[in-house]
Structures are given as structure tokens and as C-alpha cells.
Design a protein around this ligand. Structure first.
Ligand SMILES: N[C@@H](CCC(=O)N[C@@H](CS)C(=O)NCC(=O)O)C(=O)O
Length: 215
């Protein structure tokens, strides 16, 4: 398997965690999101992913894009260890936790969105980080903190006693949150989950600073 990724990309980080949890070997092809105006925008990569976003996963001659579609593919093809609970309602809860991050938080503070806000509305880095990124991240994390603490059978993870798709989405987002100056002490349950996840090798090995293209 070949993973097109960028060390600091949280969507790539999600897929790295899932691959590691399932014990799957993969080669990484680094796509630098800033160098030369962004390698994701160059034709060599847009033929792989027309959306000009990382990650993309090549497997069995096919290219898959969108981190959650890739993770669901891995889950279906390599069911153990499972990343979703068995009960359909519980699966929906775990997916909804993951989607808080992947649909509502992450896309609004993606590189191209921040660049657009800066150039179109004349905002500087500080304004975009403080007024825009922090606002959307805090909105999502505070909802997720409530969803997590509302679980009747809580363990050390977002849902239950083992890592799921929800943790896979949450952990990479916390790095972004810190980068944009969010105060994470407001989210004690989330911080406990982060601590538990980072004791697991699959999560620790997927961290940005451990990647071959890390700066
Ligand atoms: N929904 C997509 C999001 C992918 C995405 O936004 N990737 C970011 C890095 S985390 C990216 O490639 N950004 C490049 C850009 O904004 O130009 C997924 O989950 O794969």
C-alpha cells in the first residue's frame, strides 16, 4: 500500500493511525503542502487526487481518497481489530463523534480555507488563528467533550474500552488545536483520552514528528 501524505496533515494522520492499528505495512509518498506553492496542487498529484488534498491511498491498483472512506475501506477489508462497535446505534454514535471533527471542525480551518479567508477578507495570521480557527475548533471540541462525558459506559477512549474511529479523528485534531492556540484545559475528558491513545504504539508511531517527511 502507498499512502500519499504530509506529516502535519491531520487527515493523513487519521489514516496512519488506522493502518498502524490494523498492523498493515505501507510506504509513504510525501506531498509537501507548502513547498513550491503546494505539491498537492501540481499535476503530478492532481492526477492522483483531483481534489488536491492529502491523503490518498493506493492499494491493489486503485486510488482511494477521503480519509474516512479510506478508513472504512480498511475496516471492511481488514476487520480486526475493529474500529467500530458491533451495535448499530453504537456505531452511529462513534461515527457521529468522528464526524464532529472530520465534517464540522477540520474543513473550516484547512490550509486552503484559511488562505482564502486571509486573502479575500484581508485578515492576517493572528486574526485568522484567533478569531476563526480557534472559534470553530472550540465549538466542535466542546460538543465532543459533552458527547464523550454523556456516555454511560465510559472507558479511557471516546467510546468504550478500545480505540475507535472517533479517537482516530480526535487525536490529530488536537495537534491542530494547539497550533492555533486553543486552550485545551477546558476539555479534561478529551485530554485523558489523548493520554490513553498516545500510550498505544499505533497512535504514537503515526504522530507528525515521527514521519519520514517531518521537519
Ligand atoms: N475530507 C478530507 C480532507 C483532506 C484535507 O483537507 N487534507 C488537507 C490536509 S489535512 C490538505 O490536503 N490541504 C491542502 C490544502 O488545503 O491546500 C479527508 O478527510 O481526507
Amino acid at each position: 500500500m502507498k499512502l500519499y501524505s504530509f506529516f502535519r496533515s491531520s487527515a493523513s494522520y487519521r489514516v496512519r493511525i488506522a493502518l498502524n492499528l490494523k498492523g498493515l505495512a505501507y510506504d509513504q509518498v510525501p506531498i509537501h503542502l507548502r513547498r513550491g506553492g503546494g505539491e498537492q496542487l501540481q499535476p503530478g498529484y492532481t492526477t492522483i487526487n483531483p481534489q488536491a488534498l492529502v491523503p490518498a491511498l493506493e492499494d491493489g491498483g486503485k486510488v482511494l481518497t477521503q480519509s474516512l472512506a479510506i478508513i472504512e475501506y480498511l475496516e471492511e477489508k481488514y476487520p480486526q481489530p475493529t474500529l467500530l462497535p458491533r451495535d448499530p446505534a453504537d456505531r452511529a454514535i462513534v461515527r457521529s463523534m468522528g464526524l464532529v471533527i472530520a465534517c464540522e471542525v477540520h474543513p473550516i480551518q484547512n490550509l486552503r480555507v484559511l488562505n482564502y479567508v486571509k486573502s479575500t477578507y484581508g485578515q492576517n495570521d493572528e486574526e485568522v488563528n484567533a478569531k476563526w480557527a480557534q472559534h470553530w475548533i472550540n465549538l466542535g471540541l466542546s460538543a465532543l467533550e459533552t458527547m464523550i462525558t454523556a456516555q454511560p459506559d465510559r472507558g479511557q477512549f471516546c467510546f468504550g474500552k478500545a480505540p475507535t474511529l472517533a479517537d482516530i479523528c480526535l487525536i490529530p485534531q488536537l495537534g491542530n488545536a494547539r497550533r492555533y492556540g486553543c486552550d485545551l484545559t477546558k476539555y479534561p475528558a478529551i485530554l485523558i483520552i489523548e493520554k490513553s491513545c498516545m500510550t498505544i504504539k499505533a497512535f504514537a508511531d503515526a504522530a507528525p514528528e515521527k514521519q519520514p517527511d517531518a521537519e
